[in-house]
Ligand binder design. Structure first.
Ligand code: SF4
Length: 316
């Protein structure tokens, strides 16, 4: 499990699997995942037995159930798609997949706002593609995005951060961890968890404190779920600034007044969204080089994903 595993709609990768034998290769998706993730390509429509070229499909609601049908002949592919999704999900355990990037608007792969027809009233954009819906149910905590949303720096940062955090968690869970290992894992992620959800961060801390007194296998399952749920909440400038101020406190003794003021000012400007997160982070790293601190150095907050991404340069 050297790299995170990310399931990607095959057409986004340039595979000729669309209904018209074409593709919709997406450079951003490829650049986000290139060399950083193990890509699992999937085309569920091909997978369930349709070839190319093939009829187009659409979502239709019948008797309160979303069906996947051919647009022209109304042939129903719902059961075959559900069967394919079931076979696909059974290949993987709950921690084996660390992200999904799925094709938007597709009645199969679209994660939201897919046209869904109800009765005679035409289609409303409130459906979920059938395969995407099955994956959301099977992997409820796994980050899922569509290609267009990855253009947004914040959404892209959050997605990548979660993919790598889920991957670290999966490696940790597969290592037969003992209570002391859970304490170390949680300690390493404290600041990262805090920027997402302080309440859940505290709950996780209480859970870890019970490691010696509760059955450990159940406790660690609960920890994994809580960890993923906590990270699913987007971070914000206020919580980031609070964590940065907390980290700055570690350097108070070693820094002179100028260094302290410079760091405090950088954090304040970031808090007011007048400069990117990368500025106070660069100062923290600078101080850390001059005043090494083992607990700080191992915080995942300071390196949540490979430095190659550099997304925080843009986040104010
Ligand atoms: S959107 Fe999904 S089902 Fe459609 S061509 Fe792409 S991968 Fe295949």
């Amino acid at each position: 499990m050297e790299r995170p595993k990310v399931v990607v709609s095959g057409c986004l990768l340039g595979e000729l699997v669309r209904h018209n034998q074409g593709h919709c290769r997406n450079k951003l998706v490829l650049s986000v995942l290139y060399e950083q993730a193990e890509i699992i390509s999937v085309c569920p429509e091909m997978g369930m037995g349709m070839g190319t070229p093939r009829p187009t499909l659409k979502l239709v609601e019948r008797d309160g159930v979303t069906r996947l049908v051919e647009s022209k002949l109304d042939i129903d592919w719902t059961d075959r798609m559900n069967a394919y999704a079931n076979v696909f999900r059974k290949q993987y355990g709950p921690n084996d997949i660390h992200g999904f990037v799925l094709k938007s608007k597709s009645p199969t792969c679209g994660m939201e706002r897919v046209p869904l027809t109800r009765g005679q009233h035409g289609a409303k954009r409130d459906g979920v593609g059938l395969f995407a819906a099955a994956m959301k149910t099977a992997f409820p905590y796994t980050p899922i995005e569509e290609e267009g949303r990855l253009n947004d720096d914040r959404l892209r940062e959050h997605f990548i951060e979660r993919v790598f955090a889920h991957h670290r968690l999966a490696i940790f869970l597969s290592s037969d961890p003992q209570p002391k290992d859970l304490i170390a894992f949680h300690s390493r992620h404290k600041m990262q968890l805090m920027i997402h959800d302080e309440h859940r961060y505290r709950e996780l801390g209480r859970l870890v404190a019970q490691s010696g007194s509760r059955p450990f296998s159940k406790l660690i399952d609960d920890y994994g779920t809580g960890f993923k749920t906590c990270l699913a909440n987007p971070s914000n400038a206020k919580r980031n600034a609070n964590v940065l101020s907390h980290l700055a406190g570690f350097f108070k003794r070693g820094n002179d007044g100028h260094d302290r003021n410079e760091l405090a000012s950088a954090i304040d400007l970031y808090r007011r969204q007048q400069q990117p997160l990368s500025v106070p982070l660069a100062l923290i790293r600078h101080h850390l080089r001059h005043q090494p601190h083992s607990w700080l150095e191992q915080q995942s907050y300071l390196q949540p994903y490979p430095s190659h991404y550099r997304i925080r340069d843009f986040l104010a």
